[in-house]
Design a protein around this ligand. Structure first.
Ligand SMILES: [Fe+2]
Ligand SMILES: [Zn+2]
Length: 410
């Protein structure tokens, strides 16, 4: 590694240096970026890994705007800086006497002009499934036992992220054991329904169809909240003197794959995909007399830049009548798209249906997996929890690789 060029401009914001790492890799670093990211223990707390150096208040740059709007730097105390390369470390001697050391590895993994490293994927890749591939998945995975839950936990988290769901077997048929498993996976999210593990029968104790024995269509929970619950966990405690109540799940990652492939072949499906990703839909929860949730409207599908699913929000029974015209779609286009989406998520090619059993926990990604329940008779008692997404992801990240790798990737 060597310093190829030092570019001294007239303001702290146009000074940089170019490092040559080897004959075919060079990258340029702004001085301000280097000073902002000094790695010493006066600048970064060694234990909390937080910045202590207050860049924006401590650096003695004062800027004023001229009448014509041009920014003028006054009081520029960082115009004279010395840089040296010692043993694969870049040393910066700042004008105020502060010294920073940047190891070659750090410079490479934080390079940006150009970026010289490949993005590191800490989290596993997602694998979408349909009703056929589900059978194979089921045969090869989900051998997680409550009796060895601490040992099996990394696999449970990994499966939830990869496939959108996982099972834990041999769980004592109690609320306490359900709470234990919930808290190993993440943090239980309290809601107006319940403050911890919920436990319900079809007694309509809350004014929501989930508390009835009626059929419940494919949906995600909590579409009327800003924060859609990250994960959901179900544990059937009892079902006696009756039948039905089967659980149905579908993978929206697969549905997105299907929609993208159809939209490439057919113009009307292209519009359908656009409606599903742009047309905001309103939801409400207004059955209780002392609350009314109706926070905002969201598209059915939120996709990332690579057209991969970020979040699905869908529950036709919680859908409000209001329809937004902000997206510019005609109402019949919106309805056509919703009918088509409904047909796909209810196509037996894509969904699977099974009976939950006491002793087996089903945990799934509420941003990705839609769930439904068939109508039932008899006495059915189900418990479960909503789990926060951030804590699940933070735990999965920690279990997926060495701490040092995580810290180097900040
Ligand atoms: Fe639900
Ligand atoms: Zn420092």
């Amino acid at each position: 590694m060597r310093i190829e060029r030092i570019n001294t401009g007239t303001s702290p914001f146009d000074r940089s240096l170019t490092i040559e790492f080897d004959s075919n890799s060079k990258s340029t670093f702004d001085w301000i970026f280097l000073r902002d990211n000094c790695l010493c223990k006066e600048c970064i707390h060694p234990e909390t890994k937080q910045r202590i150096f207050d860049t924006f208040n401590s650096l003695p740059f004062e800027t004023v705007r001229d009448k014509d709007g041009t920014i003028q730097i006054i009081n520029d105390h960082h115009s004279k800086v010395r840089f040296e390369c010692n043993n694969d470390t870049l040393v910066s001697l700042w004008q105020d006497g502060h010294i920073s050391h940047f190891p070659e590895k750090w410079l490479l993994t934080h390079s940006y002009a150009p970026q010289l490293y490949k993005d590191i994927h800490i989290l596993p890749s997602k694998i979408s499934w349909d009703s056929t591939s589900f059978l194979q998945l089921k045969a090869d995975n989900f051998r997680n036992s409550y009796t060895q839950i601490e040992k099996n936990l990394p696999r449970v988290l990994h499966e939830i992220y990869t496939y959108g769901f996982s099972f834990v077997q041999d769980v004592p048929v109690t609320l306490e054991a359900t709470r234990q498993v919930s808290e190993l996976i993440s943090i239980i999210r309290p809601t107006h329904y319940d403050l911890g593990v919920w436990d319900f029968t079809s007694d309509l104790s809350k004014k929501d169809t989930a508390y009835t024995s009626l059929v419940i269509d494919m949906h995600t929970d909590g579409n009327y909240w800003y924060e859609l619950p990250g994960l959901q966990l179900f544990h059937l405690l009892e079902h006696s003197n009756g039948e039905g109540g089967e659980t149905r799940i579908v993978d929206i990652c697969k549905i997105v794959d299907v929609l993208i492939s159809l939209s490439k072949k057919d113009r009307s499906w292209k519009t359908t995909l656009e409606v599903l990703t742009k047309q905001p839909i309103y939801f409400h929860q207004a059955g209780e007399t002392d609350t009314c949730f109706q926070q905002d409207s969201y598209p059915t599908l939120t996709l990332d830049k690579q057209s991969k699913l970020v979040q699905c929000r869908w529950n036709t029974s919680d859908r409000s009548p209001k329809i937004s015209n902000q997206s510019g779609f005609l109402v019949h286009q919106v309805y056509e798209a919703l009918f088509r989406f409904n047909a796909l998520i209810n196509d037996p090619k894509y969904y699977v249906q099974f009976q939950l059993k006491p002793g087996t926990i089903l945990v799934f990604d509420n941003w990705r997996i839609l769930h439904a329940r068939t109508a039932f008779t008899g006495h059915r008692r189900l418990c479960g929890s909503y789990l926060t997404r951030d804590d699940f992801l933070a735990r999965l990240r920690s279990l997926s690789c060495e701490r040092s790798q995580l810290l180097n990737n900040l």
